[in-house]
Design a protein around this ligand. Structure first.
Ligand code: ANZ
Ligand code: ZN
Length: 838
């Protein structure tokens, strides 16, 4: 390579050269035989939309810095990259532009791979994983069948969004304000048989083992906890008035309010509702209410703010304790999918029940009085707190709510009226999608044998390519006769394939395992490699994945451990959720028109500037506010470093022994200052980078640069001739280049070569600092024995006198001078002079 600095800092040439070098020399290939401790650094893989955006640049710059830093810190790195390549946009492109989804996706991947390449990221590209290729998705099918065999994958009816005019199922993203995204027709709900994964079997473990995730942000753990939503409460049976042998079972988390029940409410979709209303005057009214609720978009009916609506069913239940007649209502705010789908309404102490009772003029009974005894009917809102005392509650009157909860649970259980119960808000994961561009669910329907999995030896079930993308119909795969027709693997009679494909979250739930052995053909991954590399040491990605992706990945890890393939039960040891990239007060997005194209930045300023800017502008977990000045500032900084190292670096010494504190002790104070600043910068950049405070680490590098350029400017000619000065200055510049290299890796390589070293700087050890020189001020301490100078040493200003004495007494010259004479006294004068009297 010709001298890259002749015409100043030329990032384009430097970057192209070193990217070529890394590729040719496979610099970032994983060393599987390394004895070093392992470090698995993983950024969430992108969806191949076609172009990378600044959000990608940010997360990959962070991940790459961590990977390079940890490599230099002595770890063996696994730092892979791949593509979350199934999903709706490819299918939409097929409908609109008539390009096959595979072609569209692979073209996008090629374009984005090239873009990432221009950023100079240290991936082992031999491990690239692409989820839409059969060598990956066959293992989705394999895992699905293993789950099916264990009862963890099962079928039940679920609802999907259906557009009556396009005659097609719509994904949630395709429903906009309750309307079809293409034709704006009102979307309705349709019941279809679908595949579910039993994540609820793992609810308790997902909650309890979250407590071991000390390397995760609190906020993410809390979001997962709320999502799982564990509730401990009581189920109570309320016998029916006209059929005393039958009862409705409610679930409550407030057993202490049992004597305040004034009505029951049942979910409109509840199967027990129809027998309740049969033959009653209210039957027709309730039936049309049920129809109306069914048509409502799920997101509407489950929202907290929905107007409460309901109807009397005409039926009554008997209160199990008081034997009163209690009317039964059906209401939109009672969810079929939670608890038993039936609630006991306590309007005095539950706000939803209060609003409902007020609207329909139902009785309100106060059973918990507040501390001040100030509650009187009529209430203006429900009293929902749990501190106070029970009133009008038979034998439980006078207890505080906590004691009453226990007492009422015990009573109800003893009398056989119900039992304590734990419910989770978490639902089983519906993975069926009536889509083309996803993993075919590997199941076969046979009239004789029922639902039969595809034999493992017949995997993968390939996606067919003879699909007309019309955008019509329940599912695109239904339109491929060659795909549907299959012989039953059990009885060999003609049968039919499942035409649903898997939710793409399935793909991303285990991809981190595939990277350990991406070419493995006998298993989803090599268990030995997984044992070596997993769990992921550091995972980096957006907070938008705080719940679904991260929960599913944890669930899969537990299932895969239960299949005996791994020992680990949690996939990600540490998690970093980076903030958004913001411009003009809004997240960068096409719709807002505030997008900055990374390609443009890289072309104009170079990848190193782009990286340094995005690492410097904000701490990683905070939002990054875009600024043109910030980019220019980063560019100026790198240009100056480049110029200084190129023009000012002193020649290498013939004696190549490293510069150490001892060499510097007798040097001029200016030379010592350079050495001290070098040690302090190493300490600061090391510690800040370890803590992921990348912005302050870069500040430290900037201060170091300023200091050095100032020192060089102030030096006289004679001083510049001083050999110690030259050695110390050269050492300082070398350290600057090494410290900057994980932030600006191309420039790092180029300057390292200019300093006369062999590549690659990415493989050298991270410098260690000399703690004796990192304090802000150090003093030279002179040691005398009986008034005669014996030695000197450097200590931090303000070091404890006892420490100074110890240091003095352990010096070999002092030890010789004292011999075996007894020490009479030790004087310490202003921490600068120690006189030992013997
Ligand atoms: C009586 C009661 C009295 C309640 C009171 C609350 C306060 P969490 O804590 O979220 O689990 N509930 C039970 N099943 C329901 C369903 N399918 N749809 C809507 N609401 C349901 O909520 C549990 C509480 O939510 C239960 O306790 C029940 O109302 C209601 F002063 O029962 B409670
Ligand atoms: Zn069969």
């Amino acid at each position: 390579m010709p001298n890259p600095f002749e015409n100043g800092y030329q990032p384009k040439e430097i970057e192209a050269h070193w990217q070529g070098y890394w590729k040719e020399h496979q610099t970032f290939r994983v060393n599987e035989n390394s004895e070093k401790p392992k470090y698995y650094c993983l950024e969430m893989f992108p969806y191949p939309s076609g172009r990378i955006h600044m959000g990608h640049v940010r997360v990959y710059a962070i991940g790459d810095l961590i990977a390079r830093f940890k490599t230099m810190r002595g770890f063996a790195l696994l730092h892979p990259m791949g593509w979350d390549a199934f999903g709706l946009p490819a299918e939409n492109a097929a409908i609109k532009q008539k390009v096959p989804p595979a072609e569209w996706t692979l073209k996008n991947i090629a374009a984005m791979r090239a873009q990432l390449g221009k950023l100079g990221l240290s991936y082992d590209w031999d491990r690239e994983v692409t989820t839409c290729l059969p060598d990956y998705y066959r293992w989705n099918q394999w895992l699905f069948i293993k789950m099916f065999e264990r009862g963890l994958a099962y079928q039940k009816e679920g609802t999907v969004n259906w557009c009556p005019s396009c005659e097609t199922v719509l994904a949630n993203e395709q429903v906009i304000d309750g309307e079809c995204w293409r034709c704006s027709s009102q979307v309705v709900q349709k019941r279809l048989n679908q595949w579910f994964l039993k994540i609820t079997d793992y609810a308790e473990e997902l909650l309890s083992s979250a407590e071991t995730l000390t390397g995760w942000p609190e906020r993410v753990l809390l979001m997962q906890k709320n999502w799982i939503g564990k509730s401990s409460g009581l189920e109570v049976h309320f016998p029916l008035d006209d059929r005393p042998n039958e009862s409705l079972t409610i679930f409550t988390t407030r057993p202490d309010t049992l004597l305040g029940v004034t009505f029951l409410c049942i979910a409109p979709e509840h199967p027990l509702l129809l027998p309740l209303i049969a033959g009653k005057d209210q039957e027709n009214a309730v039936l049309s209410f049920i129809e109306k609720i069914k048509q409502q978009d799920k997101t509407v009916s489950t929202s907290l703010t929905v107007e409460k609506e309901g109807l009397f069913t005409g039926a009554y239940a008997i209160h199990p304790l008081t034997h009163e007649k209690i009317p039964i209502f059906t209401a939109n705010f009672v969810l079929m999918e939670y608890g038993t789908g039936i609630i006991m309404a306590v309007p005095a102490h539950d706000q939803r029940d209060f609003e409902f009772a007020t609207k329909y003029n139902l009785p309100i009974r106060l059973v918990i009085q507040n501390k001040a005894q100030s509650l009187v009917l009529p209430l203006s809102e429900a009293f929902v707190e749990s501190d106070g005392v029970l009133v009008s509650s038979n034998i439980f009157t006078g207890l505080d709510p906590d004691a009453a909860k226990k007492a009422i649970c015990r009573y109800v259980e003893k009398e056989g009226l119900g039992q304590e119960k734990i419910y989770y808000r978490l639902r089983d994961w519906g993975i069926s999608r009536q889509r083309y561009w996803g993993t075919p669910i590997p199941m076969i329907y046979c009239e004789t044998c029922g639902v039969v999995p595809v034999p493992l030896s017949n995997l993968p079930v390939l996606l067919p390519s003879d699909i007309p993308f019309s955008g019509k119909g329940v599912s695109p795969l239904l339109q491929s006769p060659s795909f549907i027709k299959v012989d039953c693997p059990k009885c060999q009679k003609p049968a039919r394939r499942e035409t649903d494909t898997m939710d793409t979250f399935f793909d991303s739930s285990w991809y981190f395992l595939r990277y350990v052995s991406p070419h493995e053909t006998g298993n989803p991954f090599d268990p030995n490699q997984a044992a070596k590399w997993l769990p992921v040491t550091q995972y980096i990605g957006g907070i938008e994945h705080a719940i679904l992706h991260l929960l599913y990945a944890r669930f899969f890890t537990k299932v895969i451990a239960d299949l005996g393939l791994t020992q680990i039960r949690e996939p990600f040891l540490n998690l970093l959720t980076q903030g958004m990239v913001i411009k003009d007060n809004a997240k960068m997005s096409k719709s807002k028109g505030n997008v900055v194209d990374p390609d443009h930045l890289i072309n104009e300023y170079g990848a190193d500037t782009t990286r340094v800017f995005s690492l410097f502008a904000a701490p990683p977990e905070k939002d990054l506010v875009w600024s043109d000045e910030g980019v220019q500032g980063a560019s100026r900084f790198l240009t100056r470093v480049c110029k200084m190292v190129y023009e000012q670096v002193p020649p290498a010494c013939s004696s190549q022994e490293p510069v150490r504190g001892e060499v510097v002790i007798n040097a001029s104070s200016g030379t010592k200052a350079i050495y001290r600043m070098t040690q302090r910068t190493i300490k600061r950049v090391t510690e800040d980078t370890e803590k992921f405070c990348f912005n302050t680490a870069i500040s430290g590098l900037m201060e170091f640069y300023n200091f050095l350029s100032h020192e060089i400017g102030n030096r006289s000619v004679e001083e510049k001739d001083d050999l110690t000065y030259q050695r110390v200055l050269r050492d300082a510049m070398e350290k600057l280049v090494v410290l900057i290299s994980p932030f600006a890796p191309h420039l790092g390589e180029a300057l390292w070569a200019h300093l006369g070293h062999l590549p690659s700087i990415s493989q050298i050890s991270w410098p260690v600092y000399d703690p004796a020189w990192t304090e802000s001020e150090t003093v030279e301490v002179v040691v005398q024995v009986n008034g005669k100078i014996k030695t000197k040493f450097i200590e931090a200003a303000g070091t404890d006198e006892e420490v100074l004495k110890k240091t003095a007494l352990s010096d070999p010259k002092v030890i010789t001078a004292i011999g075996n004479l007894p020490i009479k006294k030790i004087f310490v004068i202003k921490s600068q002079l120690i006189n030992i009297v013997v």
